[in-house]
Write a protein that binds this ligand. Structure first.
Ligand SMILES: C[S@@+](CC[C@H](N)C(=O)[O-])C[C@H]1O[C@@H](n2cnc3c(N)ncnc32)[C@H](O)[C@@H]1O
Length: 341
């Protein structure tokens, strides 16, 4: 059986394959354009010729303006439109004329329309879907992953807001390890709406736990899992359930309250969920758990603001520093391993 990620890759791959022997120019440098650039590189070792845009010109990376179509022309080019915008109209809207270009309209591939079938695909109140895995999941299964929740609306004085972890971060981190997804058990600490859980599930993990303090966000995660047909159990405060195969254990509580529950996990994933005050307590509990239940433990920490605290425990060593480069922002992830065997 294919995972949802494999299905998405197959759909996107099929649309892109006919152009792999061409020079690819991507139109659109926001989330979607960047995802397609990454996808071509990762799965087809295909480097794109350029990413162009009219508006979203990045000061950090070189994104040529749409007008560059005047001078970067090659007859082997295809322009893959990753946005809902009509490129010809957009070009003419700049005061220039598409017909003055050497490009023919047939060199444009309307990828966005092919993925989102006809242009009606708008996310509720948040603009169009983009061509990324999470957007596609939202569109296909009507889930809610991408809308962020500001800090002011999350539970706990030291809590950070909800932002989903980009799927690429999981792929790039876990590919460093030979995982035994039937045995390895991972707890997403500050799991938000479940983007991490969904990513972990798609990567094959079958022992997953998820803890989220804010009730509303937690409820959204449960609904998302239901819509995606991912089984879960909501764990009561007595925490008696054991990491069970094929059922995500969901805890709606402050992560620093979990203690004995931690014994069943050997991976802890965090995307900078809270400030150092809570991180310190969580770390104390993880270290305590290693003492009572000796085992090798890994901490996968995205945006690791608590790095110094982890090093100060003396229990962990930093094994990997990974930078995931995305169009708008790049994140560092640090992976720590406990020193015991
Ligand atoms: C950046 S989001 C992480 C999203 C998720 N881990 C993922 O991979 O997509 C951080 C989440 O941590 C939650 N959080 C903050 N403090 C918490 C605490 N003390 N216990 C549990 N969850 C907490 C926030 O409500 C927010 O949803």
């Amino acid at each position: 059986m294919h995972t949802q990620y494999e299905i998405f890759c197959e759909i996107l791959g099929e649309k892109l394959k006919p152009y792999l022997n061409k020079k690819i120019i991507i139109y659109g440098c926001s989330r979607g354009g960047d995802f397609v650039r990454w996808f071509l590189q990762r799965y087809y070792s295909k480097k794109v010729k350029a990413v162009i845009d009219r508006w979203e010109l990045s000061p950090m990376v070189t994104i040529p303006h749409l007008w560059s179509l005047y001078y970067i022309y090659d007859e082997d080019d295809v322009i893959i439109n990753t946005t809902a915008i009509n490129i010809v109209d957009e070009f003419d809207d700049t005061g220039e004329k598409w017909q003055n270009l050497l490009y023919e309209k047939k060199q444009i591939v309307d990828l966005w329309n092919q993925i989102y079938e006809g242009g009606e695909a708008r996310r509720k109140g948040s603009g169009n879907y983009e061509i990324t895995y999470y957007d596609w999941l939202e569109y296909t299964y009507q889930i809610d992953l991408l809308t962020t929740v500001k800090r002011a609306f999350t539970q706990g004085e030291h809590a950070h807001g909800y932002v989903p972890t980009d799927f690429r971060i999981f792929l790039e981190g876990f590919q460093k390890y030979e995982l035994d997804v039937q045995k390895d058990a991972v707890l997403d600490i500050g799991c938000g709406k479940g983007s991490g859980v969904i990513a972990l599930y798609n990567m094959g993990f079958r022992k997953i736990g998820a803890v989220e303090y804010t009730k509303e966000i937690f409820n959204t995660m449960k609904k998302n899992l239901e819509l995606l047909d991912i089984n879960f159990i909501e764990v009561d405060n007595d925490g008696t359930n054991k990491a069970s195969m094929n059922k995500v254990l969901c805890y709606c509580t402050d992560a620093s309250q979990l203690e004995k529950e931690l014994d069943q996990y050997n991976w802890f994933f965090l995307f900078n969920p809270f400030s150092l005050e809570i991180m310190k307590k969580v770390l104390d509990h993880i270290c305590g758990s290693i003492k009572t239940c000796p085992r090798k433990v890994y901490i996968f920490y995205v945006e690791p603001i608590g790095h110094r605290l982890i090093m100060e425990t003396g229990v962990f060593e930093l094994r990997h520093k990974i930078m995931t480069d995305m169009s708008d922002v790049s994140y560092y992830s640090y992976i720590y391993e406990s020193k015991n065997k």
